[in-house]
Design a protein around this ligand. Structure first.
Ligand SMILES: NC(=O)c1ccc[n+]([C@@H]2O[C@H](COP(=O)([O-])OP(=O)(O)OC[C@H]3O[C@@H](n4cnc5c(N)ncnc54)[C@H](O)[C@@H]3O)[C@@H](O)[C@H]2O)c1
Length: 256
């Protein structure tokens, strides 16, 4: 199996609609030991119920906005499971007002918050994981991004800016961590109806447009994004780093 003997940390599980859940199912079915982290604000009991479907899986609380919380969480994981082979960053947040109003109205605090949680947290996770010696040899990091980083999409607003920073961070982290053989990549997923996506104005219209215009004329599933994540965790992608791979049924390749 693709991920036999590997341990992967899936950061950002919320519910069964989360892309993180599709990634966890794919990693598990491909042979990996799966470890989760969840936002400190989430209902722990509900997370426990969900992940009980995956044998041996545990979830650790982690606030992506706090270095201290990230460190405690990753240290707990290392204590319990030892070093890991992969980390998925499936975390994003922006204030509702900044997704409802015109982008030009984004506040200084709202801009900083979106970038802190959705982009900087990847850098913090990479740095702290390195500091506590959490990575196994040839480890792989993956983060989820969206087309709104490349093009202006009505309603995506400050999250597009945060994703652009995330994508640039992926390239810089790939350069730094590459010295130790660690790879860092992004997956630009097509739109999927999740709790986070509900915060985007007219999200239903985005799904309809993708279905109409994407080369494959359909929307992607969390499992398809998860399968691409498993590929990036695996040695099958050993020469790929610093890349943003579109898993969007070919929406982004279309001209009109
Ligand atoms: N749904 C889509 O259409 C889509 C498309 C492309 C990329 N993405 C990205 O995929 C990732 C997962 O989103 P999703 O759509 O599965 O939604 P989701 O709501 O299931 O997941 C988002 C996660 O971010 C976590 N989070 C928010 N603030 C946090 C904090 N301070 N500390 C720790 N965790 C925090 C939430 O608790 C949640 O678990 C995000 O990065 C999102 O931007 C989503």
């Amino acid at each position: 199996m693709l991920l036999e003997g590997k341990k992967v940390v899936i950061m950002g599980i919320r519910n069964k609609w989360s892309i993180a859940w599709g990634a966890a199912q794919s990693a598990y079915e491909n042979g990996a030991q799966v470890i989760f982290t969840h936002n400190t604000l989430e209902n722990e009991e509900k997370i426990k119920e969900l992940i009980a479907e995956i044998p041996g899986a545990k979830s650790f609380p982690c606030d992506a906005g706090s270095d201290e919380s990230i460190r405690t969480c990753l240290e707990e994981i290392k204590k319990e499971y030892g070093k890991v082979d992969g980390i998925l960053h499936s975390i994003a947040h922006a204030n509702t007002a900044d997704l409802r109003n015109d982008f030009v109205l984004t506040s200084r605090d709202g801009f900083a918050h979106a970038c802190d949680i959705s982009s900087y947290s990847l850098v913090a996770v990479a740095r702290i994981a390195k500091e506590i010696d959490l990575f196994n040899e040839n480890a792989s990091m993956v983060a989820f991004t969206y087309y709104g980083a490349e093009k202006a999409i009505e309603g995506y607003n400050v999250m597009g800016v945060a994703k652009a920073a995330l994508e640039a961070s992926i390239r810089y982290l790939a350069m730094d961590l590459g010295k130790e053989g660690i790879r860092v990549n992004g997956i630009s997923a097509g739109p999927i109806k999740t709790l986070s996506a509900k915060g985007i104005k007219d999200f239903g219209t985005i799904l309809d447009v993708v279905e109409e215009k994407a080369a494959l004329h359909k929307n992607v599933t969390t499992r398809q994004v998860g399968d691409a994540t498993s590929f990036l965790f695996s040695s099958m992608s050993s020469a790929i780093t610093g890349e943003i791979i579109h898993v969007d049924n070919g929406y982004s390749i279309m001209g009109v």
